[in-house]
Design a protein around this ligand. Structure first.
Ligand code: NI
Length: 180
């Protein structure tokens, strides 16, 4: 296990554009991704971007296996996605509560496109190309934002919908979802 420290909102690295990975299948890249996976698992996250552990490279990981606490949440495949690109399938958006490991204890209502296509590479440099909808699409948009120096609070349209999770969800703690 090599759990790394997750840097928090306010740290300048979270506002910088991360750089493309140029070499695949290296021991260095594998170690970095193992660190990211260990860190995400230790914090019970559903997604993590390399800049969140202070590495300015275009790498995201995400995934949710079926969770008995959230029987309605559709599973998201466990994925390592390098140099990702997103294209939007249609103009439809919906809003849902998001949390972020770099913005601990808070939640905000964030609009995201409901259907996207994404493309990137795995550790070996093989192309990954998928269509994603709903929560899967939301997770990918949140993580790819991290690579462009964007944190979800800047996407909230009405800041009344931003607050501490224990205050927002005091009557319905089941609404507190995984962090990204
Ligand atoms: Ni995040």
């Amino acid at each position: 296990m090599a759990v790394q420290e997750v840097i928090k909102m306010g740290h300048p690295l979270l506002l910088a554009r991360a750089k493309e990975v140029e070499e695949f299948a290296t021991a260095e890249l594998e170690q970095l991704i193992t660190d990211m996976q260990d860190t995400m698992a230790a914090l019970n996250g559903a997604g993590l971007a390399a800049p969140q552990i202070a590495v300015g490279l275009r790498i995201v990981i995400f995934g949710i296996t079926e969770n008995p606490r959230y029987p309605d949440a559709n599973p998201v495949p466990e994925t390592v996605l390098i140099n990702p690109e997103i294209s939007i399938i249609g103009p439809d958006r919906d809003s849902a509560w998001e949390g972020c490991l770099s913005v601990p204890h808070m939640r905000g209502l964030v609009p995201r496109y409901t259907s996207i296509r994404y493309r990137g590479y795995d550790i070996q440099g093989n192309v990954i190309e998928r269509e994603a909808h709903g929560f899967h699409a939301r997770v990918v948009q949140h993580e790819v934002d991290h690579l462009d120096g964007i944190l979800y609070p800047t996407r909230i349209e009405d800041l009344k919908n931003f607050g501490f999770e224990d205050a927002l969800f005091q009557d319905s703690p089941e609404d507190i979802k995984e962090e990204l």
